[in-house]
Design a protein around this ligand. Structure first.
Ligand SMILES: C[S@@+](CC[C@H](N)C(=O)[O-])C[C@H]1O[C@@H](n2cnc3c(N)ncnc32)[C@H](O)[C@@H]1O
Length: 300
């Protein structure tokens, strides 16, 4: 998942059942923006759960990892999928957002997994990373493109990894699409125009989104041992959360794109994102979540 936003936050460690803080300070971050993103991340995890599980099963691991590091963990999509796949592993979830990590900890408690998860609030763009141990598996999904200097982050990951360890990088070129290209009937191509309207924001804030990460991994001293592309195309009839995912996703795009859109496009977008209206995207028979994930597995 990716979106136009200003990354943020102040670092702190939080071991479930007891925590300590350490600290350098980062940029300001609006809480409501965090909450809206958290909703989209949760829905993304729900809708793409089978694809995420398939990616984790595919990872070319020599042995079951004991310590997993989830970098830019968000609300825990990867963390919980990894805990499920590796029932004896502990996961350290790192993120800059205190709101996302709070949500992750609440989920861990609710699932009875609190003793297997530690959260660390930290800005991965900072000059120093906190102590993160020697993980057997480092997982970074849709987070590396947020780094100000991805090469530096990848070199740090190389240095952190256990000698036999694996780095799993999951990235994406853009936000999912929910409508056919010729929809809606009164404003065909609306969704693409919304994305085009925010292209300059992505170019400014997340210029590495959609990068070819293979050469970047190699330049950081890692050896790519596997690579695959996972295509996602889930019709609303196949998954009960696609409608809510589309509503939350398009509302978020509206926030960023509204000021750049033609008034007729904005009005059409408002009809689609009105959950209770007759034009709600959630009611459309042609609704589907379509996206791609690129995955790289790399070793030291
Ligand atoms: C698109 S979300 C992906 C979250 C999660 N990995 C997933 O797949 O659902 C990107 C995450 O990276 C985090 N992030 C962005 N910049 C960061 C930074 N400099 N330091 C730490 N985390 C950061 C954000 O707070 C957000 O949770």
């Amino acid at each position: 998942m990716s979106d136009p936003r200003t990354p943020a936050h102040a670092p702190a460690h939080h071991q479930l059942g007891g925590h300590h803080q350490h600290g350098h300070q980062q940029h300001a971050h609006p809480v409501e923006d965090d909450a809206a993103l958290a909703e989209v991340l949760d829905l993304d995890a729900e809708v793409l759960a089978d694809h995420l599980a398939a990616i984790i099963y595919w990872l070319p691991l020599d042995a079951e990892p004991r310590h997993v590091l989830d970098l830019g963990a968000g609300t825990g999509a990867g963390t919980f999928a990894l805990l499920h796949r590796f029932p004896t592993a502990r996961v350290t979830a790192v993120d800059a957002s205190p709101g996302h990590l709070l949500r992750l900890r609440e989920k861990a408690h609710a699932l009875g997994l609190a003793d297997r998860v530690a959260t660390v609030q930290a800005d991965l763009d900072a000059d120093r990373w906190p102590e993160l141990g020697t993980p057997d598996l480092v997982w970074a999904s849709a987070s590396m493109h947020h780094m100000a200097d991805p090469g530096r982050a990848l070199r740090r990951i190389r240095d952190l990894l256990a000698p036999h360890g694996l780095f799993a990088l999951v990235e994406l070129a853009g936000f999912p699409r929910f409508l056919p290209a010729d929809a809606p009937a009164d404003r065909p191509g609306l969704e693409e125009r919304c994305h085009a309207a925010t292209d300059h924001l992505h170019a400014a804030h997340v210029p590495h989104r959609g990068a070819d990460w293979g050469p970047l991994l190699t330049a950081a001293g890692l050896t790519v041992t596997g690579e695959r592309t996972v295509t996602v195309d889930i019709a609303a009839t196949e998954h009960p959360s696609v409608g809510r995912y589309a509503l939350a996703g398009l509302r978020r795009i509206r926030t960023a794109a509204a000021q750049y859109l033609d008034p007729a496009d904005l009005a059409a977008l408002d009809r689609l994102t009105d959950a209770d209206g007759p034009g709600s995207i959630a009611l459309r028979p042609d609704l589907a979540a379509r996206t791609e994930r690129q995955v790289w597995a790399a070793r030291r």
